[in-house]
Design a protein around this ligand. Structure first.
Ligand code: 0WD
Length: 256
């Protein structure tokens, strides 16, 4: 018996076996869930199909959240395979690389700001909207991935931190909006993890080292640990939790 037995979960944002989304899919599969994965573009297709196979799934769909038409067709394709959906994991972020280094005021541009907010924050609401019909009446859950830069000015994180603040506000507004239908909405705020997306942040290695030296548990978090927390939030064990941000960062956020 797994605590996600019988649940159907759509996991977005798998780009490699280092992706946080992969940690989520793997943890959820081990807890008994049936998994569908999405890939952003054709370059990632075969890699994501391989990973889906490792969690017992052959349901792999294209999804670029920058396109409304693609969001619509992904959920249409999902509805042809599944009669309902219990949870969506949103593990997607993007900002132009030049936004993620140096002084915030120097780096930020109208275009960079818009792109970061569109792909990293609006897309969560867009998935909630598109998935609503399939999730209706199932006491489902939405989970997204945030970072401490949403609430603190973290060097080099810049406009991505502003977009994460928007994402966390999105969690609260979506929770208020979808709660009456029984759908819960939460975020996991993960500590830094070396992934493809993290490689775009200047001095990321220093960030990992600084966390390791200071954080209460004296080590960085893993995608397995983030995946386990996301699995819990998607499960009935978390039935009383919505609109919240759960820190999975070996305790770093409590430090002064
Ligand atoms: O330290 C970290 N790695 C942390 C990441 C700490 C705290 C939070 N996060 C967040 C990220 O901001 C993101 O929201 O976790 C989420 C997942 O990030 P990740 O696992 O660190 O990164 P990665 O494995 O690169 O997956 C993110 C993927 C993209 O990968 P690349 O590197 O190719 O940009 O998001 C996907 C894409 O596959 N993505 C999109 N998917 C659909 N449509 C789009 C898009 N337009 N843009 C990016």
């Amino acid at each position: 018996m797994g605590f996600l037995d019988g649940k159907k979960i759509l996991v977005t944002g798998v780009a490699s076996n280092r992706s946080i989304a992969w940690g989520c899919a793997d943890a959820m599969h081990r807890a008994g869930a049936e998994i569908a994965l999405t890939y952003q573009n054709d370059k990632l297709k075969s890699r994501v199909e391989d990973l889906a196979g490792q969690c017992g799934s052959n349901l792999v769909l294209p999804l670029d959240v920058g396109s409304d038409a693609e969001i619509e067709s992904t959920f249409k394709a999902l509805a042809e395979k599944w009669d309902g959906l219990d949870a969506i994991v949103h593990s997607i972020a993007f900002a132009p690389r030049e936004q993620l280094e140096g002084d915030y005021v120097d780096a930020v541009t109208r275009e960079g700001f818009a792109a970061a907010h569109d792909i990293s924050a609006y897309s969560f609401a867009a998935l909630a909207k598109a998935g609503r019909a399939l999730m209706d009446g199932r006491n489902g859950a939405l989970v997204t991935m945030s970072y401490l830069g949403a609430v603190r000015a973290v060097p080099n994180y810049n406009v991505m931190g502003v977009a994460k603040a928007s994402l966390e506000a999105n969690v609260r507004y979506l929770a208020a909006s979808l709660g009456p239908k029984g759908t819960r909405v939460n975020a996991v705020s993960a500590g830094p993890i070396r992934t493809l997306a993290a490689a775009g942040i200047a001095d990321f290695r220093d960030m990992l080292k600084k966390v390791e030296e200071r954080t209460p548990l004296r080590r960085n978090v893993t995608i397995q640990e983030v995946g386990n927390a996301a699995a819990f939030l998607c499960s009935d064990l978390a039935s009383g939790i919505t609109g919240d941000v759960l820190y999975v960062d070996t305790g770093y956020h409590i430090l002064g």
